[in-house]
Write a protein that binds this ligand. Structure first.
Ligand SMILES: *[C@@H]1O[C@H](CO)[C@@H](O)[C@H](O)[C@H]1NC(C)=O
Ligand SMILES: *[C@@H]1O[C@H](CO)[C@@H](O)[C@H](O)[C@H]1NC(C)=O
Ligand SMILES: *[C@@H]1O[C@H](CO)[C@@H](O)[C@H](O)[C@H]1NC(C)=O
Ligand SMILES: *[C@@H]1O[C@H](CO)[C@@H](O)[C@H](O)[C@H]1NC(C)=O
Length: 305
């Protein structure tokens, strides 16, 4: 009996140690401007959130690190930038201006924390069997349904619950459904069926939102794989592993994608690995957060679509 309880408390210790990575953000420039960048640091040294943060947050196969890009109820379209060395988070640009998501009635911005899993890549050369469409060339996206509002650049361990198969403008764009492991309800949430039980209507409204969210910019409604039915945890983890394997080929140089920045500090064996003392790292500007640019009132409109 004693041995059993010792091994339990030891594994609890390892889990909490695994979560103790000290990630912070380094903000440069004015939020909502084109020059604003959020670098992620580990122990004060800038790293790549795309390549250097481990996908797995512990030794179970379903707890993963999520990088929060867009906090719940906000609209600025922040994302891990693929083209800039060390892949800082930058606001996406549309028509030459920083991009905001529109408010689709009755939703205000996003209804969950939104972000991506590190060390994954939806390869644009790969056709997903279930949809016949190519990958959207980004890390795999996550919606995190816990109660706490995250912040841009936050790294949080999440439990994977399932996945929605969005076809965003005819590209495969999986939206994983996950919950923060530290949410008070996380222990009751183990698979996609628990989402409808505890959060009735959330999946349906999520589908409704993604169907319509690009209509205000003149795009058609989006389609879904499986008629919009969210798939379970096991299926979701299969898709994560596919995108993790595509990422491995990217950072090992097996796939040549010249437009993606693969510089990293921590990926063993990667030809793009550099030391913290290399010029590319030392040239990253120091913290310099400027006052935010006010948001154009046109983004306060409701869109009835
Ligand atoms: C985390 O890293 C930052 C930046 O180096 C440092 O200021 C802070 O004290 C660290 N926090 C912990 C808990 O180690
Ligand atoms: C969607 O993408 C697939 C794969 O690239 C292509 O074969 C198909 O024609 C596209 N369909 C539409 C409606 O654009
Ligand atoms: C989550 O947990 C909190 C605290 O126990 C509870 O008040 C709340 O109703 C729960 N939320 C959901 C959606 O189950
Ligand atoms: C699901 O969403 C649709 C809109 O897409 C709505 O018409 C329908 O009533 C919703 N169903 C449930 C069960 O919430």
């Amino acid at each position: 009996m004693k041995l059993v309880s010792l091994s339990f408390s030891l594994s609890a210790l390892f889990v909490s140690l695994a979560y103790a990575d000290n990630y912070t953000t380094r903000q440069i420039g004015a939020p909502h401007s084109k020059n604003y960048k959020i670098y992620i640091e580990k122990d004060g040294i800038p790293i790549s959130p795309f390549h250097d943060i481990p996908l797995f947050a512990d030794t179970t196969s379903s707890t993963m690190n999520m990088v929060v890009e867009i906090p719940r109820w906000t609209n600025a379209k922040y994302e891990i930038n693929k083209e800039t060395p060390l892949n800082p988070i930058i606001q996406d640009i549309r028509d030459g201006e920083p991009r905001f998501n529109y408010n689709i009635f009755p939703y205000k911005g996003y209804m969950w924390n939104y972000g991506a899993l590190p060390q994954t890549w939806e390869d644009p050369n790969f056709i997903t069997e279930e949809s016949g469409t190519i990958g959207d060339n980004d890390p795999i996206d996550v919606i995190e349904i816990g109660e706490k509002i995250g912040y841009t650049g936050e790294v949080k361990p999440v439990k994977i619950l399932g996945v929605i198969g969005l076809l965003d403008q005819n590209e495969t764009d999986w939206k994983l459904v996950a919950i923060d492991v530290n949410d008070p309800n996380a222990s009751d949430m183990n698979d996609i069926s628990d989402v409808e039980k505890k959060y009735p209507g959330l999946l349906n409204d999520t589908i409704d939102y993604f169907r319509k969210y690009k209509i205000p910019v003149g795009d058609g409604p989006n389609e879904f794989m499986f008629s919009g039915k969210a798939q379970d945890k096991e299926y979701a983890i299969g898709q994560i592993m596919t995108t993790h394997n595509h990422w491995k080929k990217l950072v090992s140089g097996d796939i040549k994608e010249n437009n993606i920045e693969k510089t990293n500090l921590l990926v063993e064996g990667s030809p793009y690995k550099v030391s913290p003392n290399s010029k590319i790292i030392l040239n990253i500007p120091p913290v310099n957060l400027l006052p935010a640019v006010p948001i154009d009132p046109k983004y306060e409109r409701w869109y009835y679509v």
